[in-house]
Structure formats: C-alpha cells, structure tokens
Design a protein around this ligand. Structure first.
Ligand code: AP5
Length: 190
C-alpha cells in the first residue's frame, strides 16, 4: 500500500500515519521528522533548514527531493509506505510521481484530512504548550497555514485529477478518524 497523507498543519497527519504504520506494516516517511532529525543532529542541512522551518516556510524543493530519494533507496519501502508532509506544492507532486514511476511504485491513494482552521490553531496551541515545538509559535503557525493554503492546497486537486484522492473528515477522536481512513482506503483500493 502506497499512501500519501495530505492536510493542513495540525490536521493529524503524523498521528494517523503512526497508526497506519502499525496497521499496514509499512514505513511512515515524514519529511518534517526527517528535517527535525537533521536539525537535532546539527548537520549543515539541519542548520540551513532550521531557520526556514521556524518561520513556517517551505525548505527548498531540491533539498527535499534529495532527502526523499535517499529514503526511498532503502529496502523497507519496497512493500509500500505512508508519506506524510510531501508533496507540499505542485513541483514536489510532479517530482514524486517521476521518482515513484522510476521505482515502479506509483501512489495508490492520497488521503486529505479535513479540519476547520480554528480547530487546527487550537490543536497546535495545545502542542506548543505541551511539547514546545519551535514552529508552533503563533506567528509560525499563521505562516504555516498561509503557506498551506497557497502552495499545498492545490496538491489536493492534483490527486483529484488523477482519481487518487479520498477526503476524510479529520474531527473526532483519533480512533474515529482512523476508522474513516481505513474505510476510505478499502473503498478506493480493495
Ligand atoms: P511537518 O512536520 O510536516 O509539519 P506540518 O505539516 O505543519 O504538520 P504537523 O506536524 O504540525 O501536523 P500534523 O498534520 O502531522 O498533525 P499531528 O498529528 O502532529 O513539517 C514541518 C516543517 O518542515 C514545515 O513547515 C516545513 O518548513 C518543513 N517541511 C516538511 N516537509 C516539507 C516539504 N515537503 N517541503 C518543504 N518543507 C517541508 O497533530 C497535531 C496536534 O493535534 C498534536 O498535538 C496531536 O496530538 C493533535 N491531534 C491529532 N489528531 C487529533 C484528534 N483527532 N483530536 C484531537 N487532537 C488531535
């Protein structure tokens, strides 16, 4: 199973991807997590990315594609994957299609988690208090939502155009949302 999770910051992509990983037994590839690992390691890439991430902007397409190519070169992706946080603009969607076509592993389904903007802000404010993620400050959240609306929202239509899109209501308990995702996967794929 090769899934892409789409949705605004705070929509629950990471939360649901962790559950899907257990359920489907395929790796969860989060570009945000890959970047945060670089930042934590203090690598040159991490130092370059940190400032951009803290502002809530997108790290360069070139860096992301190199990172993704490296991740897909590992054997564990052969049986499928859950991709979370990529693609984030149309150029990345095209690059992903080209990469996966080369690997003979096209995306099966993109799942869009739909959550009201006010609730997104509440969730991220809650996480800012609980975890202190450096891009959960009010300014960075505002910018992340703006970037999502301008650059990432068109990616939803990209997958709709390929008849590979499922929209899932992302409000409710984590288990309720997960059950909706599984139902959508069954409906579209099995
Ligand atoms: P990334 O890490 O991908 O962040 P994001 O998309 O902003 O997503 P979040 O992690 O904030 O939210 P989520 O949808 O995963 O929700 P979560 O499950 O965590 O990217 C960070 C940055 O890296 C980007 O801004 C950019 O700079 C850079 N980057 C990454 N990918 C890139 C790319 N492809 N190109 C360029 N730059 C890139 O949940 C959020 C909160 O809500 C949690 O506290 C959770 O517990 C809670 N929650 C989840 N589900 C529920 C529920 N059902 N009910 C109540 N609370 C819930």
């Amino acid at each position: 199973m090769r899934l892409v999770l789409l949705g605004a910051p705070g929509s629950g992509k990471g939360t649901q991807a962790a559950k899907l990983k257990e359920h489907l037994q395929v790796p969860h590839i989060s570009t945000g997590e890959l970047l945060r690992a670089e930042v934590a390691a203090g690598s040159p890439l991490g130092r370059q990315a940190k400032e951009v991430m803290d502002r809530g902007e997108l790290v360069s397409d070139q860096i992301l594609l190199a990172m993704l190519e490296e991740r897909f070169s590992r054997d564990d992706t052969r049986q499928g994957f859950i991709l979370d946080g990529y693609p984030r603009n149309i150029a990345q969607a095209n690059a992903l299609d080209a990469l996966l076509q080369r690997l003979g592993q096209p995306v099966d389904l993109a799942i869009q988690l739909d959550v009201d903007p006010e609730l997104l802000i509440q969730r991220l404010a809650g996480r800012a208090q609980a975890e202190g993620r450096s891009d959960d400050s009010p300014d960075a959240v505002r910018n992340r939502l703006r970037v999502y609306n301008e650059a990432t929202a068109p990616v939803v239509d990209y997958y709709r155009g390929q008849h590979k899109l499922a929209c899932v209501f992302g409000v409710g308990s984590v288990d309720e949302v997960f059950a909706r995702i599984l139902a959508a996967v069954e409906e579209h794929i099995e």
